[in-house]
Design a protein around this ligand. Structure first.
Ligand code: NAD
Ligand code: TYD
Length: 331
């Protein structure tokens, strides 16, 4: 079948593109190529005759209408995705994550697309001190990023409720692996460690995230697309809960860098303390994560060690300017 995947030049989207091609489908990748979009992430499939690329904005109704034409399924991964950036420019998040999502869903429905998959995040539930969130828990987002993702989820559920349109939502946990933009914890700390630069730990470093390898996350999205029920939400978590300081220690061990690089910096404002997901619903449909955390982390470190050509231009370009402007005062 013909599938539209948006955000396919990003970290998780590019993995979903690979999964869809591996299943034998035709893929159109719609991506605006923001700072986070990198054509190199899909360089391995660019010459595949079943793959094509459209540069464009999911929030533009004309582009959305053209991109969805003739597609059986749409998987929406296009998003502004970094909490720290959302603290500086929430409007960009609302535009893509809320307006863009609703625009793309309405275009899909108008074009007769059979199923729309909205890729969301565990962050929409907010922070949880103990236990784990199930799909029926209320949304209590606490950052501009997670509030914008919750807005997208609510649009999707409302359009499903109003028109009976077939929409499935996935809510993934913190994802790691090759090709992740080095503003997020794991790739930032790996690349800094490889260069002997400080690892900026926010606050006390005891915040907990549930980590999932990008391959497991992409397979979870695919599984929900294939087997999920219309209007249902599916949590996609790796079941690897670790405090940030533990992750930091493991990265130092894998890179062989010194513990002296650990640098405590001011905490992120409004920092969520812990995320945790109950994944029984998707597991009940036959999905389970496959990548053991320490093996996944070790291979991710090796990927960054071998792909300086991928991350050095990023860290010396727009990102360096942004980081210097927004984080100079944090240290
Ligand atoms: P990313 O930032 O690496 O990639 C986002 C992609 O979307 C980029 O290629 C960018 O160019 C594109 N894009 C941004 N705005 C666009 C627009 N208006 N129109 C078209 N394309 C646009 O993000 P990611 O980490 O791969 O995340 C993908 C999705 O998964 C997001 O929806 C995110 O909320 C969700 N998610 C991410 C994580 C995580 O840990 N990274 C965890 C759970 C859920
Ligand atoms: P991040 O990768 O930004 O993902 P999210 O905020 O969506 O969970 O951050 C993961 C955790 O690591 C989060 O608790 C914030 C923390 N963190 C740091 O301590 N230092 C950093 O430089 C970054 C980027 C994150």
């Amino acid at each position: 079948m013909k599938i539209l995947i948006t955000g396919g030049c990003g970290f998780i989207g590019s993995e979903v593109v690979r999964v869809a091609l591996a299943h034998g489908h035709e893929v159109i990748n719609l991506d605006l190529l923001t700072y986070a979009g990198n054509p190199d992430n899909v360089a391995d499939v660019a010459d595949d005759p079943r793959y094509s690329f459209i540069k464009g904005d999911i929030a533009d109704p004309a582009i959305a209408a053209t991109a969805v034409e003739g597609c059986e399924v749409v998987i929406n991964l296009a998003a502004e995705s970094h909490v720290d950036r959302s603290l500086h420019d929430p409007a960009a998040f609302i535009r893509t994550d809320v307006v863009g999502t609703a625009t793309l869903i309405m275009a899909s429905r108008a074009a007769g697309v059979r199923r729309f998959v909205q890729v969301s995040t565990d962050e929409v539930y907010g922070s949880i001190p103990t236990g784990a969130f199930t799909e029926t828990d209320p949304l209590q987002p606490s950052s501009p990023y997670s509030a914008s993702k919750a807005g997208g989820d609510l649009q999707a559920l409302a359009i499903h409720h109003t028109f009976g349109y077939d929409i499935v939502i996935t809510r993934g946990s913190n994802t790691y692996g090759p090709r992740q933009y080095p503003e997020k914890l794991i790739p930032l700390f790996i690349t800094n460690a490889l260069d002997g630069l400080p690892l900026p730990v926010y606050g006390d470093g005891q915040q907990i995230r549930d980590w999932i390898h990008v391959r497991d996350h992409a397979e979870g999205i695919w599984h929900a697309m294939e087997h999920g029920a219309a209007g249902a939400v599916y949590n996609v978590g790796g079941g690897n809960e670790w405090p940030n300081l533990e992750i930091t220690g493991r990265i130092l061990a894998h890179t062989g860098a010194s513990h002296d690089l650990i640098t405590y910096v001011a905490d992120r404002p409004g920092h969520d303390r812990r995320y945790a997901l109950d994944t029984a619903r998707l597991r009940g449909l036959g999905w389970a994560p496959q990548v053991a955390f320490d093996e996944g982390l070790a291979s991710t470190v090796e990927w960054y060690r071998g792909r300086r050509d991928w991350w050095e231009p990023i860290k010396s370009g727009e990102y360096a300017d942004w980081y210097a402007t927004n984080y100079a005062g944090r240290r």
